[in-house]
Design a binder for this molecule. Structure first.
Ligand SMILES: [Zn+2]
Length: 334
């Protein structure tokens, strides 16, 4: 019966979203193939990379990679997670680090996996990935650029971002540029309903970002604390969860033990409802021969789930972490 209802309901939702993508904030996501109903997300990896180029904002150019070569390299890894039931991947490669929406669209079509790309700028690594105009423009002007990507698509492709991705440097006090990026993200969120994912690290820095957003009346539940695994004091996870912040434990492609420890803490302290998990894995690197070594998107399925299931994690917990939380975190809302 419930399956039957879903078959009836999904096409109706889809049609209504297609007709009114800009005024129906609660029911859809922007994938690289266009707006899709939120319930189509299914099993979701919220932080992965298909392509990253670390050359820097002053030298980046699409001439540095061949799209077909990237597809040949990346597609088998997508087919692998497809077998694990993954339906949606959020690609977190920002502008000036080789964000390539047409590449993502081709990979999505070939793999059958929905992919979301992002808008925003990456301030970490002392601004190596920021174009010069970020120094002089105001937060409002930067936000205008990101809102234009949401409204008109990215660089003439017509492909719209599914979330905001920024990054800031770890600091006792956020730099003026980093503060400006957070403000621009807040303005963009207010105008578009897109969720803000910020590459951060520790709570010391995340809490400063949240303070700026609070002053702008942006809810903490619109903020994803990216790389929260770098936080040494687990009590800060409870603080963040209490505020409604999304805690992103997202380096599982590279290690397992720190995540086992943190997820057990989260379950024991009943904050799994605020946790997002992913691998931060991948990617084709144009600076390396053949794109370099590729870190697969499979540790969650092959290592983490067996270990934690043995320690008491249930199907309901996995459904929450990999299906329900991503949906709730990345749904459009203002
Ligand atoms: Zn990443």
């Amino acid at each position: 019966m419930s399956k039957f209802l879903i078959f009836i309901f999904l096409p109706i939702l889809f049609i209504s979203c297609q007709n009114h993508p800009s005024n129906n904030f609660d029911n859809y996501i922007n994938t690289v193939a266009g707006p899709m109903p939120i319930d189509s997300m299914g099993l979701t990896l919220i932080h992965e990379h298909m392509l990253v180029d670390f050359i820097g904002a002053d030298s980046i150019s699409p001439d540095r990679w061949n799209r077909d070569s990237v597809i040949v390299k990346v597609l088998p890894y997508l087919m692998e997670v497809n077998k694990h039931g993954v339906r949606t991947i959020l690609d977190c490669t920002p502008s000036y680090l080789a964000k390539d929406p047409l590449l993502l669209k081709a990979l999505s079509e070939k793999s059958g996996i929905q992919i979301l790309t992002n808008t925003g700028f990456y301030g970490a690594v002392r601004g190596k990935y920021l174009p010069d105009f970020v120094q002089t423009e105001t937060a409002e002007q930067l936000a205008e650029r990101w809102i234009a990507e949401f409204e008109n698509g990215i660089e003439g492709t017509g492909i719209k971002p599914g979330f905001i991705k920024i990054s800031v440097n770890e600091a006792n006090t956020l730099s003026p540029i980093d503060q400006k990026l957070v403000k621009a993200a807040g303005i963009t969120h207010q105008k578009t309903g897109l969720t803000i994912a910020s590459h951060t690290g520790t709570w010391k820095t995340a809490s400063q970002e949240l303070k700026i957003l609070k002053e702008m009346e942006v809810k903490p539940s619109e903020f994803v604390w990216v790389h929260a695994q770098n936080e040494p004091d687990f009590a800060n996870y409870e603080k963040a969860a209490e505020m409604g912040v999304w805690i992103s434990l997202d380096g599982i492609g590279w290690a397992i033990d720190p995540y086992v420890e943190r997820l057990l803490f989260a379950k024991e302290n009943r904050i799994l409802g605020n946790i997002l998990i992913s691998h931060d894995a991948g990617w084709f690197d144009p600076a390396k021969p053949g794109g370099g070594d590729f870190q697969p998107f499979t540790n969650i399925f092959e290592k983490l789930i067996p270990i934690l299931t043995e320690k008491g994690f249930t199907d309901k917990d996995w459904n929450q972490l990999l299906v329900e939380n991503p949906k709730e975190a990345f749904v459009f809302s203002k």
